[in-house]
Design a protein around this ligand. Sequence first.
Ligand code: ADP
Length: 347
Amino acid sequence: SGDEAIRLCRDVHFDCILIDYRLPDICGTKLMSELEVHDSVASPMIILTAIGNEEIAMEAVHMGAADYIPKHMVSEKSLHRAISNAVERTRLRRAIITRTRALEAANEQLHRKNDQIRRFYHTVSHEIKTPLTAAREFVSLVADGIMGDLNDEQKRSLNYALESCDLIATHFNDLIECTRLDTGKLRLDRQIIDVRHAIDQSVTMMRGSLEAKNIVLDLDVPNELPRIEADASRIVQVLSNLLSNAIKFTDSGGKIGVSASVAPKRPDYLEIAVIDTGIGIAPNDLPRIFERLYQAEQGETYSSNGGLGLGLSIAKDIIALHGGELEVESTPGKGSTFRLVLPLAAG
Ligand code: ADP
């Protein structure tokens, strides 16, 4: 009877429960719900039905029965098969649930750790910037001769110290940018901008490095370009980064081109390309260079290029925030082309 079953199941755990649909005191499906332990995976239940009771059988399965067997088909073989299948399925479901819970817990822990790391480097970056700025100020005062005359060697050493301070500041700024991007705190000040002006500004910032490496710059930027709505300082930041990489990975005497036009295959977008005749990027590295901290193996000369491998990932995220895309094509030994597209302003 149903009563007896409920009493038994209170004290004993069964691997599988067989329930006759027609019991003297209760119907099989009702008993099923009474027996359902509030465990996520209770013991599997198999319903035994009378001839022609397909509908009831389907209802039982719908309610969570592991299987049903019409009574006239009960045999040693059919019972054996139904019970082993039900027990095995339950074992697998339990294993999946345990595994899923473990994965969820591990995932949550990773999220927490990730947050801690992010907070850690954000705080450290901020804390270091203030003393670094002070150190740079003092070195700069001495280097400018304000605290007394210097000989050439002293000047060279102090200039080296200033360059190092600037490099550290750039790295910390990049780390802070990454946290801002990750936490959605990087806000764009979007306005209709003059793209030509943004390109000129980035090129001007790179003039010194271009001249130092005797690299020829070829500008193909028409006076009149369609308008885009963007954060001018962010576009200058991205272009300077692309230009600085192009210079870094191009040998002396090489060439760099910058062009801007309506994107040939996407008339609603403006395309800016930075093309170099540098060392290029191996096909294996190509899909990974936009990853954070990724730097391609590029031989002795370029191994310590003073970068952290953050620039391109920041650039790609900034362009994506503008609704655009940043892509690369490259042939090792021949050069690379970085192409960014930005949506044209409406109207
Ligand atoms: P990094 O600070 O190392 O330059 P980036 O994120 O700007 O970091 O670039 C990631 C890597 O992509 C570089 O270390 C370099 O291996 C490769 N790379 C980027 N730009 C170029 C380029 N113009 N030519 C060749 N390799 C490049």
